[in-house]
Design a protein around this ligand. Structure first.
Ligand SMILES: Cc1cc2nc3c(=O)[nH]c(=O)nc-3n(C[C@H](O)[C@H](O)[C@H](O)COP(=O)(O)O)c2cc1C
Length: 331
């Protein structure tokens, strides 16, 4: 299955591993790239030197193309310059719309992937020169920019722009990929499914919770967890923290039950507070299940931990088989 997106990114499987804060490190990204997909490494929390080091670390693991994910909610200028200087294949911009960032990245020779939550935003990004639109539906795990569900968003975005569209949100297997391609997407951007990979850098309790969760056990919250940038709605697994907060009347930040309570420790030291935005990493101690366990609605489709390479291969094989079978059935 080769799409224009594959040609643009020089990949043979149009499957992108989504950037996922601390959960998608160089091992996962390199494994996806080496398996014929395309990995996106989140380096937005780093200094410019950290971005340079992160790119070098990844390049030691793969000679394939990848993208660096930057957060427009923070000052990204030096990070973007580091990507330009390092001549990475692509930069992925999320959380907002910044035509000037798109133009600067383009002038620096990078492909630009712009994450959007609506057709109007997609048009704005494409008009500013974005090469690839990442359309993230409301089903998605982690920080959720838009309010439109994937099924309605993808065709609307495809109609609005002339550049390749990649579908994100709720896609966890070959069926989801086949459906996204039928809606006009040229590739898929998958997060939650890759949390159940050997390469995901998350705590075993978090990974087991992903395996056990059903489709109706994620929750979208406007501001339950204290995300480090403003206005950052998010989707997580329901847990003791969200249950107690709901039972107490869904109070606003500042009045939630158990504010400032220490519920664990980070692997390198430092408290984890209840309601803190913190991806539970391996080595975290304490009540890990009460921490912010980001996940999308596709979590109910995730049943086993595989290597990221096997996930890419399985989804690609299944999507091809489904599309071929459907084509035959409707002849
Ligand atoms: C644990 C986690 C962390 C995330 N962190 C980021 C991030 O750093 N940058 C970003 O652009 N998106 C982030 N996202 C959103 C994903 O890139 C992607 O849009 C989403 O996972 C797609 O939906 P899915 O989880 O249903 O596959 C995160 C998602 C998860 C689950």
């Amino acid at each position: 299955m080769t799409t224009d997106l594959c040609t643009l990114l020089n990949i043979n499987k149009p499957i992108l591993s989504a950037p996922m804060g601390g959960a998608a490190g160089p091992d996962m990204v390199a494994t996806v790239c080496n398996a014929g997909g395309f990995g996106v490494i989140p380096l937005w929390g780093k200094s410019a030197d950290g971005v340079r080091a992160g790119i070098a670390e990844l390049r030691a693991l793969t000679d394939r193309n990848f993208a660096v994910n930057l957060n427009l909610g923070f000052d990204y200028a030096d990070q973007l310059q580091a990507c330009i200087d390092a001549r990475v294949c692509a930069v992925s911009l999320f959380w907002g719309m910044a035509p000037e960032a798109i133009e600067r990245a383009k002038n620096g020779g990078l492909l630009v992937m712009s994450s959007v939550g609506s057709a109007a935003e997609a048009k704005q990004a494409a008009d500013a020169g974005a090469d690839i639109i990442i359309a993230q539906g409301w089903e998605a795990g982690g920080h959720v920019w838009g309010q439109v569900a994937t099924m309605a968003l993808i065709p609307a975005v495809v109609d609005a722009v002339d550049v390749p569209v990649v579908a994100a949100g709720g896609i966890a297997d070959g069926r989801g990929m086949a459906a996204a391609l039928m809606l006009g997407a040229q590739g898929v951007w998958i997060g939650t499914r890759f949390l159940a990979s050997h390469e995901a850098t998350i705590h075993a309790t978090y990974q087991n919770s992903i395996l056990q969760a059903q489709d109706d056990q994620t929750e979208w919250h406007a501001d339950l967890y204290d995300v480090t940038w403003p206005n950052a709605p998010h989707r997580t697994l329901a847990n003791a923290t969200s249950d107690a907060w709901a039972a107490a009347g869904r109070a606003a930040p500042g009045a939630r039950p158990g504010e400032q309570e220490v519920i664990g420790q980070r692997p390198g030291g430092g408290d984890v507070l209840r309601y803190q935005s913190y991806t539970p990493l391996p080595g975290t101690t304490g009540d890990v299940a009460a921490m912010s366990m980001w996940a999308g609605q596709g979590v109910g489709l995730v049943h086993k931990v595989l290597s990221a390479a096997d996930i890419v291969s399985e989804i690609d094989t299944d999507a091809r088989a489904i599309i071929a079978a459907q084509a035959a059935a409707f002849r």
